[in-house]
Design a protein around this ligand. Structure first.
Ligand code: CO
Length: 460
């Protein structure tokens, strides 16, 4: 019997995709010990936007959240999402910061780090992968899935072989936009399975309605693990429902070792939470529906709404059709980057600029300049040379790896700046990742501690 395992995403991706990561620790704490017994391959619970949102909106120390989850879930592998050389943000960090971040993540309880790069540049993955392995955790080497004339199965397989060489424990196909079709999943998983002997993890979103079929065909081709979300937090922009796939796969004869009773308890637990977020407007019912526009335009859903809001701000909604046509052209000029943060914003804003100015690349943003200088890494196909020359306007592109050009004392400078405010290495890393947000958090923490001290003194 072929085994299929599940990664439960309710705490991270489902939380992020449906309710902008607003789930506080206290809300899900009561279910953690149960979840720990469900038999998941792993629980994705950290990284991605959880870190930023903890500090910015929930007044939670993300590191402490991780330690608390770890204590409640001693039997399950805890998983996080890491943006390679960008750790959890959108700019590149020097290698020692990446290494420290990985080390601290593992030390605080992470077992599996899913490491990806927006451009699929393996140079941006290797330091994080290397350090993850060194710390005794599992590195899941990740493909940011996209479609373009240069993103063939052969090209993805080439990347997978490089990842295998780096020593990753598994390969994840990450389809952030939900555009992977059942047939593409079948072909890609088959190609990978033929090339390397590594577990393959499938990750997609229900956005376009393809997800269940995509998983099934991927599993038929040999995929070992699928990402799902417990039903109340599934569907729409989130993952397919855990229970649905459990029942379907079990009946098809797959070995799915999940505890059905616990899945039911989890669903009962999260249903009223979901309903609260629906009632207060945090969960927009539209994010739970199917939207096939991304298949038509090959543009992720989030990007379409960004294009609309940018044009609205400029009072130029009449240019929407034009911007839709311009977007794939800019993407082609830029060497077909996968449309994921931050490249999606970069391509989208430039398309809007081009349409508004009536001349292509007349106005260019700082980010696209940096991209053309090579600060995001190697592009899947070369950047259109004429366009690059116009954008750079005489500036020279950097040679080699951008991270190698960064100052090597980022960590020391940050520690010095924070002084006593930083109580541990983790605090310094929070500050490096999100400086202003972390400082506001430290200030609130200090105020709260002072209150406790004052209270204790009056009580005595
Ligand atoms: Co995702």
């Amino acid at each position: 019997m072929k085994k299929v395992q599940f990664t439960e995403t309710v705490l991270r991706d489902a939380n992020q995709s449906l309710i902008a990561t607003r789930l506080p620790y206290d809300k899900f704490e009561p279910i953690l010990e149960k979840m720990d017994q469900a038999g998941f391959y792993s629980v994705e619970c950290w990284g991605g936007a959880t870190f930023d949102v903890c500090l910015r909106f929930l007044n939670e120390d993300p590191w402490e959240r991780l330690r608390k989850i770890r204590a409640k879930m001693p039997n399950t592998k805890l998983q996080m999402l890491l943006r390679g050389q960008n750790i959890l943000g959108y700019k590149h960090y020097p290698d020692d910061v990446v290494r420290r971040f990985v080390r601290a993540s593992v030390k605080n309880g992470i077992d599996i780090i899913r490491i990806f790069d927006a451009l699929n540049d393996t140079d941006n993955l290797k330091v994080a992968v290397e350090e993850t392995i060194k710390q005794g955790a599992m590195a899941s080497g990740t493909i940011s899935y996209t479609t373009s004339p240069v993103h063939t199965t052969a090209k993805f397989v080439e990347m997978v072989k490089e990842l295998k060489q780096m020593g990753v424990s598994s390969i994840c196909i990450k389809d952030m936009a939900g555009i992977m079709t059942p047939q593409s999943a079948y072909d890609l998983v088959s190609g990978i399975k033929d090339a390397v002997d590594l577990p393959v993890v499938l990750h997609t979103h229900c956005t376009t309605g393809l997800a269940f079929m995509t998983y099934l065909k991927g599993i038929e081709a040999g995929a070992d693990v699928i990402d799902t979300a417990i039903s109340p937090f599934s569907g729409g922009t989130s993952q397919p429902a855990t229970e649905t796939l459990y029942y379907a796969l079990k009946e098809l004869g797959y070995d799915v070792a999940l505890d059905e009773k616990i899945l039911i308890e989890m669903a009962n637990f999260f249903k009223p939470i979901r309903n609260d977020y629906l009632a207060d407007g945090t969960l927009n019912p539209i994010s739970m529906t199917t939207d096939t526009q991304c298949l038509t335009y090959q543009i992720p859903g989030g990007m379409l709404s960004n294009l609309l809001s940018q044009l609205k701000m400029m009072n130029a909604l009449d240019k929407f059709e034009e911007a839709l046509i311009e977007t794939p052209r800019v993407r082609k000029d830029m060497g077909y980057p996968p449309l994921v943060t931050p490249t999606s914003q970069l391509v989208g804003s430039q398309a809007v600029q081009n349409v508004l100015a009536g001349e292509r690349y007349k106005n260019v943003g700082a980010e696209i300049k940096a991209y053309c200088r090579g600060e995001y890494g190697r592009t899947p196909a070369p950047i259109n040379e004429e366009v690059r020359a116009k954008i750079l306007n005489g500036e020279k592109p950097i040679e080699g790896r951008y991270a190698d050009t960064l100052p090597t004392d980022t960590y020391e400078k940050a520690a010095e700046h924070l002084g006593d405010t930083a109580k541990c290495e983790e605090d310094v890393l929070s500050y490096i990742a999100f400086p202003q947000v972390a400082e506001n958090f430290f200030e609130k923490r200090r105020e709260a501690e002072e209150k406790v001290v004052r209270y204790t003194i009056t009580e005595a």
